[in-house]
Design a protein around this ligand. Structure first.
Ligand SMILES: *Cc1c(COP(=O)(O)O)cnc(C)c1O
Length: 359
């Protein structure tokens, strides 16, 4: 197995390059810090962290059950949605004949879920618009297929599949195969036309598992909290293999408070929209092709190798993600930051990429 390679930590870059100011636009974190309501809740709960958490995360589950209008037996909490990806793999991928179908490129944790089995990983290239090729994915399904992951919006591309295509796909795929819709960027994408909301499919009794997280729009990446929803028998199976206290006591109260912090989430989503516009304009100005993003990051085809661009930006104190590790060597992924961070990035991008004489 390949070890997970995270975005470069800020302190490492400061030390290695002797820089004082480093802007991290590599891990799609919320640039505005955590939800203030969550911070208050965690401060209070810290006094009780000598007590084991509620293993069923009852209060948080009830809050989510209300918000999603789904029965509590359809819900499960995770130590980040990363943990749920891992657990779903453990439940459904049992032998080295079992197959997991994923898009390529998509989220690397899906690959790990298959490798742990070890089961077979079937990677289906995205279409020419960097969107999940659902017809090709349904053709890749065999009698050995046990699981399908679709990140919607996709990471690293930020693209989405639409409702009509997804409906057709679900009808094509045999009903015994769970289809995971990983909606880590749901809060940014939900307003898009024809966005297929995983929750609606679960309510309708389809074999769909939705995954969401508090790490992105809610600004709680460091405390680790995600959740899943799906058919009750699937949730029951995942519940059996999880650790009894996988959602820790601080994460649970932070989640409850953040769910209630509409002002913070709206501010985040609104600023993100402006940040995406700014990034798209900047990429176009330097002759790159940005993809339309429904998430809090942008993927752009630079039309030339991205690695030297990544390195040049790093030397200016800006951490991004180069697409060469993802199979798109000319693409760069950049998270939306604060307005100030975006200005710093845009200026650096122009010095790194402008044609000579056009500076
Ligand atoms: C960030 C991300 C996650 C992981 O979220 P955590 O809850 O922090 O584990 C899952 N899926 C995708 C597609 C992501 O980009």
């Amino acid at each position: 197995m390949e070890p997970y390679s995270p975005g470069k930590p800020i302190d490492d870059v400061k030390r290695e390059l002797g820089l004082e100011r480093v802007v991290k636009l590599a891990s799609n974190e919320n640039p505005y810090g955590p939800s203030p309501k969550a911070v208050e809740a965690v401060k209070l709960a810290a006094e009780k962290m000598h007590i084991y958490p509620d293993g069923a995360a009852r209060e948080l589950s009830l809050a989510l059950s209300k918000k999603l209008a789904l029965p509590i037996e359809n819900l499960i909490m995770g130590n980040g949605s990363d943990e749920l990806i891992h657990l779903i793999g453990l439940v459904f991928l049992e032998t080295d004949q079992d197959e997991l179908v994923v898009g390529d490129p998509s989220f690397s944790r899906y690959d790990a879920a298959a490798q742990i089995g070890p089961s077979r990983l079937v990677k289906v290239p995205l279409d020419s618009n960097y969107v999940h090729d659902l017809p090709a994915m349904s053709r890749a399904v065999t009698k050995n297929t046990k699981l399908i992951f679709i990140a919607n919006p996709n990471n690293p591309t930020g693209t989405i599949v639409r409702k009509a295509e997804f409906d057709r796909f679900l009808d094509d795929v045999p009903a015994h195969i769970p289809v995971v819709l990983d909606e880590a960027y749901f809060e940014f994408a939900q307003g898009a036309a024809d966005f297929p909301n995983a929750r609606d499919y679960v309510l309708a009794g389809r074999n769909v598992i939705g995954l969401r997280t508090f790490s992105k729009a809610y600004g709680l990446a460091g405390i680790r909290l995600g959740y899943g929803f799906g058919p009750a028998e699937v949730i029951d199976a995942i519940n059996r293999v999880r650790e009894p206290f996988n959602a820790n006591c601080l994460a649970q109260v932070a989640g409850i408070a953040a769910l209630d912090d509409d002002v913070y989430v709206q501010m985040t989503v609104e600023n993100n929209r402006r940040g995406l516009e700014l990034l798209a304009d900047a990429f176009r100005e330097v002759g790159a092709k940005p993809l339309e993003s429904f998430a809090n990051f942008m993927y752009a085809d630079l039309g030339k190798p991205a690695k030297p661009v990544f390195q040049a930006l790093l030397e200016q104190g800006i951490i991004t993600r180069s697409g060469d590790a993802l199979g798109n060597p000319t693409c760069l992924r950049v998270s939306v930051g604060t307005e100030e961070e975006m200005q710093i990035f845009v200026k650096a991008l122009k010095t790194v990429l402008s044609p000579v004489g056009a500076r």
